[in-house]
Design a protein around this ligand. Structure first.
Ligand SMILES: Cc1cc2nc3c(=O)[nH]c(=O)nc-3n(C[C@H](O)[C@H](O)[C@H](O)COP(=O)(O)OP(=O)(O)OC[C@H]3O[C@@H](n4cnc5c(N)ncnc54)[C@H](O)[C@@H]3O)c2cc1C
Length: 465
């Protein structure tokens, strides 16, 4: 296969991309686009982790299948190459929410499947020799104030109902994992691994190519129909067409209101010296967050940086997704402030990377996967900020659906779920912006006066939790 010129701009997508490019400069050379009309057994649109995992498990099920991945940019261009590296058992819909919709047993099964998925990702990475810094350190949730502590305790009790293991910790217990300022307690769950997401993406893409999967990059799907995908480089005819386009989905015909793209932004420090890590901890690859409403998340990387992210970037009217939205100086400065507030030892630390990317929120915050047997059209997505592991479950499920395998996975309650559409603009903008502002205001009030009054309940209603 002939390959074009390197695209150094890909480095700026994330710390993770920058590291992959250092190790393997060929990662910056996009694969060839589609060369005119063609056929396949399965065409997958979008080469993020959903598309890659689906292709991987399709080949596991039937190595003779002809699978073609069509990607508008390059594999791992989307959230899959830019995320926080929490490979966790989190799912965007709470277990209680799942139980209300699908029954308690279905909710328990999905929770168990998510816990198993974390193990599965590590297992495939090991089996395929994909070095992605997988470290099964769990997640620490810090409580920094009475309101946060109450939420942490309530969440741990709730988790136990659904088979999840969450240990409530006193400040000393938290300090065994991580030493942060103002901690009054917290919790730890084992069900999360820290990893380097771009290494996972690149390793998977390479594995797939070695097995004969075609990956056409720089090829934009313009329309998905039963039996065919029209792209800007030709039409692919295939019995099965799988959509794995996540935050870009609203750009496809008929899907404008399917999800809203919301940005999550990240920063990373330079590698920190041993004495700083002695103060902070996180010695076993634990990921960490605190119990504020506007999500923050962090990890200690394999090369001893702190990578830290959070929501709060504005929603862009019309569900627009643009490269310029990946960076927001105000949000990046806020992330630095939050990081130093958590770890005062980091005051004045050098931040070497700042980036971001879009994730997709369905109207009911309910991720889904499915395949319409009549048309052969399948999809997976709507993971909000919990897609790193969930894409693997989606990939396995799509493979079973396409090959007609009657497994426990195809009976999980997210299979075939259809989320309602979002409201038309400008209502959509008003609703999403109100949600983001309510979350931020609730955090400020809890910090200043110890309670946010009715705001958390309002947020719960807005997000369907
Ligand atoms: C900054 C950030 C931090 C995050 N942190 C975490 C975390 O720590 N843990 C976690 O679980 N989740 C996290 N997430 C969410 C997680 O990364 C995503 O849910 C997951 O990667 C989604 O994978 P995907 O393959 O479905 O979508 P993506 O990785 O976004 O891939 C979609 C792909 O489809 C391509 N595409 C779209 N439209 C077309 C088209 N018309 N034609 C061809 N190609 C198309 C895109 O170019 C893209 O490559 C984070 C997200 C962000 C942005």
């Amino acid at each position: 296969m002939t390959r074009g010129a390197p695209d150094p701009g890909l480095r700026a997508l994330s710390l993770w991309w920058d590291q992959v490019a250092d190790e393997d400069p060929a990662a910056l050379v996009p694969r060839d686009p589609l060369d005119g009309d063609t056929t396949a057994d399965v065409v997958v649109v979008g080469a993020g982790l959903t598309g890659l995992w689906a292709s991987y498990y399709l080949l596991e099920a039937d190595p003779a299948l002809e699978v073609l991945l069509v990607e508008q940019a390059v594999a791992g261009f989307g959230a899959s190459g830019r995320n926080g590296g929490w490979c966790s058992a989190l799912f965007p819909t709470s277990a209680a929410g799942l139980a209300r919709r699908h029954g308690p047993e279905a909710a328990r099964q999905l929770r168990a499947a998510m816990r198993d998925t974390v193990v599965e990702v590590g297992g495939v990475a090991a089996a395929e020799e994909i070095g992605c810094d997988f470290a099964y350190g769990g997640t620490v949730t810090l409580a920094r104030g009475a309101a946060q502590l109450a939420r942490v305790r309530a969440a741990a009790e709730e988790d136990a109902r659904w088979g999840d293991e969450t240990h409530v910790l006193d400040p000393d217990g938290v300090a065994e994992h991580v030493r942060a300022a103002g901690v009054v307690g917290g919790s730890w769950t084992p069900d999360c691994a820290r990893l380097q997401p771009a290494r996972l993406v690149h390793g998977l893409a390479r594995t797939l190519e070695e097995r004969g999967v075609r990956i056409a990059e720089g090829t934009r799907a313009l329309r998905l129909s039963p039996g065919a995908v029209v792209t800007d480089h030709g039409t692919v005819r295939a019995r099965h067409v799988l959509r794995a386009t996540e935050a870009w989905t609203p750009g496809l015909p008929g899907a404008r209101r399917a999800v809203v793209p919301v940005y999550s932004l990240m920063v990373a420090t330079a590698p920190l010296p041993a004495h700083v890590w002695e103060e902070i901890g996180l010695a076993r690859g634990q990921t960490f967050t605190d119990a504020r409403h506007l999500v923050v998340y962090g990890q200690r990387t394999a090369d001893d940086r702190l990578a830290f992210g959070g929501r709060g970037a504005p929603y862009h009217r019309g569900s627009r997704v643009r490269p310029g939205f990946d960076r927001d100086p105000g949000v990046h400065a806020h992330l630095r402030g939050t990081l130093v507030d958590l770890f005062p030892v980091l005051a004045g630390v050098e931040l070497t990377h700042a980036w971001g990317g879009p994730l997709a929120i369905p109207r009911d915050w309910h991720a889904s996967v499915g395949l319409d047997p009549a048309t052969g059209l399948g999809w997976a997505g709507g993971y909000v900020g919990d897609g790193l592991a969930t894409t693997n479950l989606a990939g396995r499920t799509l493979a079973d659906l396409v090959t007609g395998t009657d497994s426990p996975l195809v009976r999980l309650p997210w299979v075939g779920h259809r989320s309602p559409d979002w409201e038309p603009e400008p209502l959509r903008w008003a609703g999403v912006t109100a949600g983001l502002r309510t979350a931020a205001l609730a955090d400020v009030l809890e910090r200043r006066v110890g309670t946010a009054g009715p705001l958390p309940a309002l947020l719960g209603r807005l997000t369907g939790h």
